[in-house]
Design a protein around this ligand. Structure first.
Ligand code: D5M
Ligand code: FE
Ligand code: ZN
Length: 487
């Protein structure tokens, strides 16, 4: 793969470009100058000048992109459409106003996920099962509830207590049933459906459900992929950790050069931990190359400014970024982004962005730590399996009260309400790609070599790997920018 060669072929010097605009009585934004210098020079300038609305005196990237001009087509230059933020816009995650409303989050989670299962489960309210247990006893019934706890019985079966807005009930899953491996993956606070027989008077008087089938919200089998009609590729990354002394600058530079030579890449998505931050873990200062948070973000701003200006960059935060840890995390405050170029769109964590009609759900992935802890047979080496579990549960991080702090909000922002085309996560620093029922899941890896902490934890990262998705075909390729000495 020819990723390390770099040829520069400016057709026009930047000062010549500025001079030509001045001659026409126009000021020009540096990003537009870069764009023209990287494309076909004088032809592009004359096209822009002749198509400008008369009121314009400063030629900004917005003005250029907003013009209904045909010279883009004539010159066959790909214009990156602005990413459309479908959820996770700045200011959308507001905490609940008072503590009494703190259960709204779980009520909303229950309602949203129960609605996805209701036609399959045909549930009876739990209160009715408990109160009229004699009437329902021995009959085939359904129930949907949020998991309160899941315990192994003395004989190795599983007893799961579930709760709906009307009450709680215990469900017994027999270990000899086929789907028992799925039962062992039942997580605290996920919403499940069951169908089985009610046994009245067992399990504390109100009855117990002897489950025969377990349901999850799931991705419908009828889901089909919906690629873009336009050509265009998206590069997916996360966990850049700028400021850390293990940040791989040389690998990043190769990636930056390669992006310049690869104009079909129109979008770069960064799913959090763009900086290493300060005070994130004990004695972090000893492992920092850039010691202040402002300087770390300034360095990121400069790195992103050096990338091709036609790229549309979307950035969401992670647990090392300078925003609250509780999820959903807000967009990065402007005070940190003064050096960032204008082609960066800031979104919350999580967020959904539409790129040429391909919907990407971006989530940093802190909950992966909790899910690995609770899901038997999973490990940090295979984060793709966790992404699949998220999709099945239609939830990015169900477990409350572990390592992923969840903000109390009126609606649950971690519910996967609409099936995305791509799910992008990061956090564990191990890259992985899966497809699950037509959804492409990408865990993006990192730009940091193994830290002393990861060494202790026996986590082997996969640094400097980039997954590129062709949005017209939804096919992906993986590129590695590590040099020989860095492996
Ligand atoms: O997370 C980088 C990786 O390190 C990710 O796999 C989680 C793991 N990690 C981070 N902090 C901890 C603690 N405190 N315990 C266990 N595992 C951890 P990052 O978000 O980049 O620090
Ligand atoms: Fe990270
Ligand atoms: Zn992280």
């Amino acid at each position: 793969m020819e990723v390390f060669t770099h040829s520069i072929h400016f057709s026009m010097q930047k000062n010549e470009i500025v001079a030509r605009f001045l001659e026409a009585g126009l000021l020009v934004h540096p990003a537009v100058v870069t764009y023209i210098s990287e494309s076909s020079g004088s032809g592009t300038i004359e096209g822009i000048i002749s198509s400008l609305p008369s009121a314009v005196s400063v030629v900004t990237p917005k003005v250029v992109q907003g013009m209904a001009v045909s010279w883009f087509d004539k010159l066959a230059i790909g214009v990156s459409l602005m990413p459309e933020i479908l959820s996770g816009k700045k200011g959308s995650s507001v905490p609940t106003a008072n503590p009494e409303e703190s259960f709204a989050l779980f009520r909303d989670r229950y309602d949203a996920l129960a609605a996805m299962m209701r036609p399959r489960v045909n549930p009876v309210p739990i209160e009715a099962l408990v109160r009229q247990s004699n009437q329902f006893s021995g009959t085939d019934i359904g129930a949907i509830g949020m998991v309160v706890e899941s315990l192994a019985s003395a004989k190795g079966h599983r007893i799961v207590e579930i709760e709906d807005p009307t009450g709680t009930i215990k469900v017994l899953f027999n270990k000899n049933r086929e789907e028992f491996d799925e039962v062992e993956k039942i997580l605290p606070d996920e919403v499940i459906g069951v169908r089985g027989k009610l046994a009245g008077g067992i399990g504390g008087g109100g009855g117990m459900i002897f489950s025969e089938v377990l349901f999850r919200p799931e991705i419908p089998l009828t889901h089909t992929i919906s690629p873009s009609k336009e050509p265009g590729k998206t590069a997916l990354i996360s966990d850049v950790h700028v400021g850390s002394d293990t940040f791989l600058l040389a690998a990043w530079s190769r990636f930056a050069s390669w992006l310049e030579e690869t104009p079909e890449i129109k979008y770069l998505l960064i799913a959090g931990d763009v900086v290493d931050g300060i005070g994130v873990y004990p004695n972090q200062d000893k492992e920092l190359h850039i010691k202040t948070i402002y300087e770390q973000y300034d360095a990121v701003g400069e790195m992103l400014s050096a990338l091709p200006s036609h790229l549309q960059i979307v950035l969401s935060p992670g647990n090392h970024d300078a925003v609250r840890a509780a999820e959903p995390q807000p967009v990065l405050p402007e005070e940190f982004c003064t050096k960032f170029p204008s082609n960066v769109t800031f979104v919350e964590n999580p967020a959904i962005v539409s790129l040429q009609s391909v919907n990407v759900l971006m989530y940093h992935g802190r909950s992966i730590d909790d899910m690995i802890k609770f899901l038997p047979g999973t490990s940090y080496d295979h984060p793709g399996e966790i992404m699949e579990e998220m999709l099945k549960r239609r939830h990015l991080g169900p477990i409350y009260g572990q390592r992923t702090p969840l903000l109390s909000t009126p609606t649950d922002h971690l519910v996967i309400r609409n099936v995305p085309d791509i799910l992008l996560t990061g956090h564990v620093h191990v890259s992985a790609v899966i497809t699950y029922r037509g959804v492409l899941g990408v865990n993006a890896g990192t730009w940091q070599s193994q830290t002393s902490f990861q060494k202790q934890m026996n986590i082997t990262p996969t640094p400097a790997e980039v997954v590129v998705v062709d949005m017209q075909t939804m096919e992906y390729e993986k590129f590695c920018f590590l040099g020989k000495k860095e492996t």
